[in-house]
Design a binder for this molecule. Sequence first.
Ligand code: ATP
Ligand code: MG
Length: 416
Amino acid sequence: MNEMIVGLDIGTSNVRAVIAEFDDENVLQVLGVGECSSTGLRSGVIVNIDATMRSVTQAIEQAEMMAGREVSAVVTGIGGNQVESINSKGIVGVTAKGKNNHEIKKEDVHRVIEAARAINFPTGKEILHIIPQSYIVDGQTGIKDPINMIGVRLEVEAHIMTAVSSSAMNFNKCIERAGYSVQGIKSKTLAQSISVVTQEERELGSILIDLGGGSTDILVLIGGAPIYATSIPVGGIMVTTDISKVRGISIETAENIKLKYGCCFEELLDEYEEVIIPGVGGRPPEVISRNEICQIIEPRMEEIFNMIREKIAQQTKLKQLSGNIILTGGGALMEGATELAGKVFDTSCVRVGTPLNLGGQVDIYKKPTFATVIGLVSSTADDIKLKYGATSNDNKHKKIKGNLKNSVITFFKEFF
Ligand SMILES: Nc1ncnc2c1ncn2[C@@H]1O[C@H](COP(=O)(O)OP(=O)(O)OP(=O)(O)O)[C@@H](O)[C@H]1O
Ligand SMILES: [Mg+2]
């Protein structure tokens, strides 16, 4: 079925799949959602192909069942410390289109973006995305769209995101072994930004923080485009491990306690609330306060936010970012996460990022944990609409439908 877009987010804690389809108005509708736990990854990197493959199959089959569709190809994401980014510049002379006609055309823009690609980066890495930040025409800076302008020299400032090739190949291998083909691979945070960051936020300067299970991934955007992407190999699993170690309980019990009673901002807990910790090995159950659990969680979460702050401060002036801090991933569901981030970054502009409403199974996917997979689907839909020049209110959907599969492949085939 050519009109289907399938997003697959293979995470350290969970694998999520979403099947979406363009309706007759060119609007994407979510038809099926699948979610299952993941055991084959560590900090966003595949360490067990078979286990990952099983989770992929389970998540896709769940989504297939709900959608009543059969999946053959997926768009997936890569994150963690496998993704890095760098800012680059490209310069070209504008091709004359006749006597004294130096009007900038699409081809010139393509050429200048290609010129920005010519950077040195370590072997074993591949370019995942080149995102134009702004253009300069004959020295005039800050141009967003240079097409049809007159100029002899065109420059672009671009953000380049790279991925470790072997890691991307492992994602590819798992998906293919599970019986599906890979139409594309995108940066997870970049995909998320399409789904949870508003245009105003990306212009003003915002920080997207994905609090995942195995890693915390960050994307900084300003002037409408990303300027910095990074990751910390610490996430919610570490918080659970802390609880398990401090209280001497299993990881499973610690995870349940975290999900049920966890809070990372003690000021929010004004009433005494008790937590019953089941006894281990014949020990009687213990009754402690929620504050005691918070005192384990808060320092770790504070440490994570501090690490993020330091990393970003090394790259850019935090004061320059006057938009919001947007939290996604499972950690964004932790009580007190926005308050703690606000304290560390000294701002009140923090919110939880829930994905765009794409219609269909809204109640299932309208959660920060679905930001990546919905982002994968939405950004792929945008790529296709851009390529075929269709908007949601024109009538080119027949063309989109017919060309969907091929267009996605063209967009991403460079990577593999
Ligand atoms: N309500 C909640 N309160 C606190 N933590 C939560 C909550 N729900 C989920 N989490 C935590 O979020 C983490 C999983 O988040 P998520 O599903 O976004 O990770 P992932 O995408 O699989 O991992 P990664 O992005 O690191 O590869 C787990 O550590 C889980 O304990
Ligand atoms: Mg994730």
